[in-house]
Ligand binder design. Structure first.
Ligand code: HEM
Length: 496
């Protein structure tokens, strides 16, 4: 989840060093498959490219990859790729050689500690095993839907009805983010911060502290050298002071939840992650705190981003919205279910076309558009690209989602039908469709995310027309690829 900015702290320094070394060594000419789109400069090498494009990283890397016939570009000490074979090599075949880089880990340490997103090796494996076990239970899926249903029925739908009646313009991105925060906190801690209804002072405090910690950590990652934020922290500069305060708030609340659960542990029967992780009693308080913060981050940032783009894209595809509504109608009549505003797990599973539409929107707008890994030793990718020790290999779900070689000539079109065969959803290889990453570190929350996204999308589409008031559609890279300035919409109740 560290995203594209995380490599910025090392870019300039490494680029300068490597370019200098390469220049003086007059290294071997590139192989036929190794396209050097960019020419480095003597001594300073690729440094000017990184300075020029550091703030438009996604556009730059997408453009470079599109211009390369192999889908891979070397801008030493970086390799950018959208080649599925290279991705498979990095994230699975030679997984041990490509951990998360030390610079990334240190930038994110104050926020995520050594949680699952911010660890490697044994530390990561232990968390992965514990969490995988919990994520694969049937009871968790039911619990997830239960929490979504509660939030949708008691907060989201009433809020949309009110907006429909008053004609007020809503920022749908903000609504979805608040929804997701309530939802993930209920799942993780069994505590409801009531952010969508703004009923709890403590919940608002938690929400804002989390937002602030996320943004300030991304600001750290945007610094050209990590030394800059490290000096800032040492000098107690404003941004570092605010980050420390946000983390004190977050740690204080999480530790309070852990303590209160410990006291009530004899109650039993609870399904939230906190109870599940505490049940086996083998983990330290710090371990539990860090892994829970990582889960909140995963749930807070990804699904609302995905749904914001989904509704944005649907606003210009009324025929797709209509087809989804027809799907809901036919499922309801098949199951004789007209009472509940949220579909059941089984009904959601049957919504193949909705699944396809969400997947298609994620293909074009992946919440995590770039993913970096650091090479521990020298290596060669399947297409012949050489990777030096300590280099960063970055693959791009964003560029891959728009690659003609992977999706065909209509790769730029939003067409859910591409996922359907004889009315049944057909999944794509995770090395081609890299939205959820792939290999041993593939997203653990994928299934849970689909339950949430499909349930929310179906509830909104069934009950309301969503009119996008301003067609902005520009992205802003934060922890995920958010929509710049939000998504202003007007709501109309369909049955009203
Ligand atoms: C549309 C929604 C989502 C997308 C697109 C997504 C995408 C991703 C990606 C790209 C990664 C790899 C990150 C990295 O290695 O730096 C990841 C990892 C992960 N995701 Fe998700 N995610 C989504 C929702 C969720 C949800 C709701 C949860 C659960 C709370 C979750 C839990 C995780 C966890 C625990 C990992 C770490 C896996 C590991 O390192 O072993 N994700 N996700």
């Amino acid at each position: 989840m560290e995203l594209c900015f995380l490599f910025l702290p090392t870019i300039l320094l490494l680029s300068l060093l490597y370019s200098t070394i390469l220049f003086f060594k007059r290294s071997a000419p590139p192989r036929a498959t190794e396209l050097k789109v960019l020419k480095g400069y003597p001594v300073i090498g690729n440094l000017p490219h990184f300075i020029k494009n550091g703030r438009r990283l996604l556009e730059w890397t997408t453009d470079l990859i599109a211009r390369s016939p192999t889908g891979t570009v070397t801008v030493a000490p970086f390799v950018f790729t959208a080649d599925p074979a290279n991705v498979e090599h990095v994230v699975r075949t030679n997984f041990q050689n490509y951990p998360k880089g030390d610079d990334i880990l240190s930038t994110f340490h104050d926020f995520l500690g050594r949680g699952i997103f911010n660890s490697n090796g044994e530390e990561w494996l232990l968390q992965r095993k514990t969490a995988s076990f919990e994520f694969n239970t049937k009871s968790l899926r039911a619990f997830v839907l239960d929490k979504v249903r509660h939030e949708a029925v008691h907060r989201l739908i009433p809020l949309l009805k009110r907006a429909g009646r008053s004609g007020e313009v809503l920022d749908l991105q903000d609504v979805l983010e608040r929804f997701a925060f309530d939802n993930i906190c209920s799942l993780v801690f069994g505590e409801d911060p009531k952010c969508l209804s703004r009923e709890s002072e403590e919940g608002e405090k938690f929400y804002h502290a989390f937002h602030e910690a996320t943004e300030l950590t991304i600001e750290r990652a945007k610094q050209p050298f990590s030394l800059i934020w490290k000096i800032g922290r040492w000098l107690h500069l404003e941004s570092e002071r605010r980050l420390r305060e946000s983390m004190e708030t977050i740690h204080g609340l999480v530790e309070k939840y852990v303590r209160s659960r410990r006291k009530r542990s004899r109650e039993g029967g609870r399904s939230d992650f906190l109870s599940r992780f505490m049940a086996d009693g083998a983990h330290s308080e710090e371990f539990i705190r860090d892994i829970l913060i990582s889960f909140v981050l995963a749930g807070r940032d990804t699904t609302p981003t995905a749904l914001t783009w989904f509704f944005w894209i649907l606003s210009s595809k009324p025929e797709v919205a209509q087809k989804i509504r027809e799907g809901i109608k036919s499922i309801r009549s098949r199951h004789g279910n007209y009472d509940s505003e949220v579909l059941t797990l089984e009904q959601l599973r049957e919504m193949g076309y909705l699944h396809a539409a969400v997947s298609e929107s994620l293909r074009l707008y992946p919440p995590v558009p770039l993913l970096p890994r650091e090479s521990k030793g020298e290596d060669e990718l399947p297409d012949g690209t050489r990777v030096g020790k300590g280099w960063t290999v970055m693959y791009s779900p964003y560029a891959m989602g728009r690659a003609e070689g992977i999706w065909g000539q209509d790769c730029g079109e939003f067409r859910p039908e591409r996922w359907m065969e004889d009315g049944v959803f057909q999944p794509a290889s995770p090395f081609r469709y890299t939205v959820f990453h792939a290999g041993p570190r593939m997203c653990l929350g994928k299934e849970m995310a689909y339950i949430q996204m499909k349930a929310v999308a179906a509830s909104i589409l069934e009950g309301f027309e969503v009119e996008v008031v301003e067609k902005r559609g520009k992205h802003h890279l934060s922890m995920t690829m958010r929509m710049e300035g939000g998504l202003p919409v007007r709501i109309k109740e369909r049955n009203a």
